[in-house]
Design a protein around this ligand. Sequence first.
Ligand SMILES: [Zn+2]
Length: 249
Amino acid sequence: MKRLLLFSDDQLWVRHTPEGPSCLFDADPAAFALTEPLPAYAAEEVFAAESAEPPAPGAERVSLRALFDLVTPQRYAQAGLARQLLHWRRAHRFCGACGAPLQRHATERAMVCPACGHTAYPRINPVVITLVARGDRILLTRKAGGLLPFWSLVAGFVEAHETLEQAVAREIAEEVGLRVTNIRYAASQPWPFPNNLMFGFTAEYESGEITPDGVEIAEAGWFGRGDLPPLPSRVSIARRLIDAFFTLA
Ligand SMILES: [Zn+2]
């Protein structure tokens, strides 16, 4: 019997076990329409698959963000990979060059076109996210649209033919009208919502007045340890950069 991580849209089925919450189910991958083998982890054979129906009595749907608090970091990383690969498979049924149905590559994790040879690999979109410091205070922003109940760091997609550092400087200039200096790489994090790779940076304020662009960013300000607003969850690299700054400060 194989073990499966089962998704319903972008949520994962989770069941309660005597050992705690588990997102693994014993089933035959062939019973599911879309399945994807995952790299071996702890000598298990695990597949990602989709299931609209509960795979076991009492199973509940949990968002990937919420799963972070329920399982080990290794299992959470595996679930993130699973979601990313299923999203890729769903979005690569047909060739982007000639429109023919794609087939699974014989040896690589890729989809290949039998008509024109075009090969599609799992796509990753690079995103930069930056903690900007001004003395012992940091720049936090609240997104426009009012959807998120917390403040976070400036982030944005890297554009074609741009270095990561150039993307950091451009995003900060565009979204809040500031110039920064001393841009330094800090850490990275896969962010499977659905297929981003976050590059975390730190930078220092150089010049300018905070001017939220009103499109991406509704409000922005400088915050110190004693007056922090609601922050992103510990699952995010944003929170790790913020926590690291105030631990070291
Ligand atoms: Zn083709």
